[in-house]
Design a binder for this molecule. Sequence first.
Ligand SMILES: C[S@@+](CC[C@H](N)C(=O)[O-])C[C@H]1O[C@@H](n2cnc3c(N)ncnc32)[C@H](O)[C@@H]1O
Length: 293
Amino acid sequence: MIELRAPIHEDLVQPLEDFFCELTRSSWMLFHEGPGKPNFVMGYFDTQEQAEEAWGFLRKKFKHLPETFDSIQLEDKDWKEAYKEHLKPWNYENLHWVPSWMRETYPVPAGDAVIWFDAGLAFGTGDHPTTRLCIIRLIDFLKNHPAATTKVVDAGCGSGILGLSAVQLGCQSVAGFDRDPESVRVSENNRVENNISDKNISFYHAGLEEGFKLTGTADVVLANIISDVLCIYADELIQSIKPGGILVLSGILNKEQETVRDFFYAKCQESWEKVEVDGRMMGEWSDVVLFRI
Ligand SMILES: C[S@@+](CC[C@H](N)C(=O)[O-])C[C@H]1O[C@@H](n2cnc3c(N)ncnc32)[C@H](O)[C@@H]1O
């Protein structure tokens, strides 16, 4: 494993973060040691050639990146240990997201729901605020609606973590789709790893333009996708919600929240009889939730 590392100007941090968030399987991460210290972009690749090719690709998009980078050969063991160090269990109320290497040691309280996830998944190991914002909304919804009859769609499913969690929370009709075939494969693997029946969840290879034709409408649609894409497919997203249901949009930067909120609120008012809207923030990320009354 090659670790690529290059210092970057702080003006590039946000655009790079936005760009990496768009990628389904990102080999990149940003690193900042603390106030007054430099920012770094880091990437992980199997070979030096792949690292060079990926750097060339990134420099085409971000012309102010330095021409060269440092690379370090990591032992597989170091890489896995570093990854384990980075990923920690997380829980919200009765749902736990736990790395699979902690299966033997993590105590899941009786009656609680758990998703075990492995290293090297597509986007969605549960450590990103945008994923957490989505699942918190589903858990809140299920406080007032019976899970067994709540239909959930995970739009842009990545690793499948949101849809699979919905099943573990008791939802019996769940579907997910992603425009990236690798994400669909990873979601299926995670379904099997978590002993979840394919009777409760189906994953499809589809984009937002046709995904809801395959899944049908839902009580809860979770869409953690960058805001530009959410806005392009606003009509499809809005039409996917059953009366009484909620549309949960995440993947929104705090500075974009108001714009996305106003945009969707106006469109929902046109399509639905009555709508309420809410937004939360976590770190620099936000959600926008539209309630179809
Ligand atoms: C930020 S990840 C979210 C993954 C997971 N749902 C989560 O919350 O952790 C966004 C996912 O949306 C997918 N995606 C992006 N644009 C899409 C589109 N137009 N149609 C369907 N999927 C899309 C990407 O491939 C990626 O897997």
